[in-house]
Design a protein around this ligand. Structure first.
Ligand SMILES: *Cc1c(COP(=O)(O)O)cnc(C)c1O
Length: 435
């Protein structure tokens, strides 16, 4: 493995963040690698000096910045300008007219992190931030507990940064996610157990080895990376907030940080104040937050996951209660859908918009459809749906549910016969016909 980098001379700028703060009791801590409050066991969050940010940042300075998440550097927890930039972020915000018409919406946008860099999921955002901070804190080995995409991102970005890397995954992950990790040559441990068991094991490993686990002891820094999904949408909408967002929920971190991103932009005056409705999506086979929402509970009861949407299959979500709170106070909803609905929605998005998303994206589109049908999203709301991962990584999910090529001989008459037949059959039928 590549030796750790200790050679760079960091450029110290006055950081706009100063410390970590407990989300529950407000206790403050030095900005080190820690994630739990020693007084009340609440989660720690990065605290910023918004006056300093407001004095330094304008729409123009951001627009003149790098074409990546680092254009929002003042809002991110790094102390130096020596961050890792693989071109992560600034993914397309597409006006989805064909899907909108199909669903009965007037202004639907897709934030397409299926094409994020370098590993085709939103996790590249959180890992770019976590590993940049890990380097500042002096770690030479980084690690993660992953449902798949995080493993891909951590392994790839660690390789680029020259950091040693250990990855822990549940043993039953999709083939594309496993291959898309081992190719970067980290140490990969496939654990017999589900994600929640992997995560528990990693908490123990984090205590015994001095490694930087991106989503455990570095979690306060890691989770800040998701705010860029909020900033980019605001900037791409012409410095305006949408009316409604729909995003997937695993631990609930991404969802809560999009909200934090919007609030921060309001706070420093980059956008006008507005109440954005936040709706969340889960797969029925792992829907502890949706269940709590439905039952009007303010606590989340852990479940044992069983769904094809493995990347969002977290049975004991760390930020579940914060996600619930945001959905409720913004007049949003948290809804779940079946595996069959997820597959249909993956196909719907591909056929209407030309975007092949993974199961998490299928979950989000299926929930979008359900909310529109239930009248919970009004047709005229400017709605942004977050597509967080790429379908090429979860091919087994749609295998057998999509068409096959028409097999023909390399002769014109063979083609003509097959083509004629394809014309006479209903579209859905001919997709599965083999001539
Ligand atoms: C990890 C992940 C999420 C959600 O993550 P949170 O834990 O809720 O932040 C959503 N979509 C995909 C594709 C993911 O990999």
């Amino acid at each position: 493995m590549t030796p750790a980098i200790h050679t760079h001379s960091p450029i110290h700028t006055d950081g706009t963040f100063s410390h970590l703060q407990c989300k529950e009791c407000g206790a403050t801590y030095e900005a080190k690698a820690m994630h739990v409050c020693e007084l009340c066991f609440g989660p720690l969050e990065v605290a910023y000096d918004y006056g300093a940010i407001a004095a330094r940042v304008s729409r123009q300075t951001i627009e003149a910045g790098p074409h990546s998440i680092w254009r929002y550097r003042e809002f991110l927890p790094v102390q130096t300008d020596n961050y890792i930039d693989m071109g992560t972020g600034m993914t397309p915000l597409l006006k989805a007219n064909r899907l909108a018409r199909r669903l009965g919406l007037k202004a639907l946008y897709i934030k397409n992190d299926a094409v994020n860099m370098p590993t085709l999921s939103f996790k590249d955002r959180v890992v770019s931030v976590a590993l940049s901070r890990a380097r500042e804190l002096g770690f030479d080995t980084v690690a993660c507990a992953s449902t798949g995409n995080l493993a891909n991102s951590t392994a790839a970005i660690a390789a680029h940064a020259g950091l040693d890397c250990c990855v822990f995954i549940p043993a039953d992950l999709e083939a594309g996610k496993v291959l898309g990790t081992v190719v970067y040559a980290p140490k990969v441990f496939a654990v017999q157990g589900n994600y929640d068991q992997v995560n528990r094991l990693c908490s123990e490993v984090a205590n015994t080895h001095g490694w930087g686990f991106v989503n455990i002891n570095l979690r306060p820094y890691y989770s800040e990376g998701s705010k860029t999904l909020g900033y980019e949408v605001a900037e791409q909408l012409g410095w305006q907030l949408p009316d409604h967002v729909v995003a997937p929920l695993a631990s609930g971190s991404l969802f809560t940080k999009i909200y934090k991103g919007f609030q921060e932009f309001i706070k420093v005056g980059l956008v006008d104040e507005k109440l954005v409705r936040f709706s969340g999506a889960q797969a029925e086979g792992c829907s502890p937050i949706a269940q709590a929402f439905r039952e009007g509970r303010d606590f989340v009861s852990p479940v044992k996951p069983s769904t094809i949407a493995k990347s969002i299959a977290i049975g004991n979500p760390a930020d579940g209660v914060y996600a619930l709170d945001i959905a409720r106070k913004t007049d949003g909803t948290i809804e779940s859908v079946t595996d069959a609905e997820i597959i249909d929605a993956m196909k719907l998005l591909a056929e209407t918009e030309g975007i092949f998303t993974e199961t998490a994206g299928g979950t989000t589109i299926a929930v979008l459809k359900k909310l529109v049908e239930a009248g919970k999203i009004r047709p005229d709301e400017v709605t942004v749906v977050y597509i967080t991962g790429n379908g090429l990584k979860t091919q087994e999910a749609v295998q057998g549910y999509v068409g096959e090529p028409l097999h023909i001989e390399a002769k014109l008459d063979s083609f003509e016969r097959a083509y004629e037949r394809s014309q006479t059959l209903e579209r859905l039928e001919w997709q599965t016909v083999v001539v």
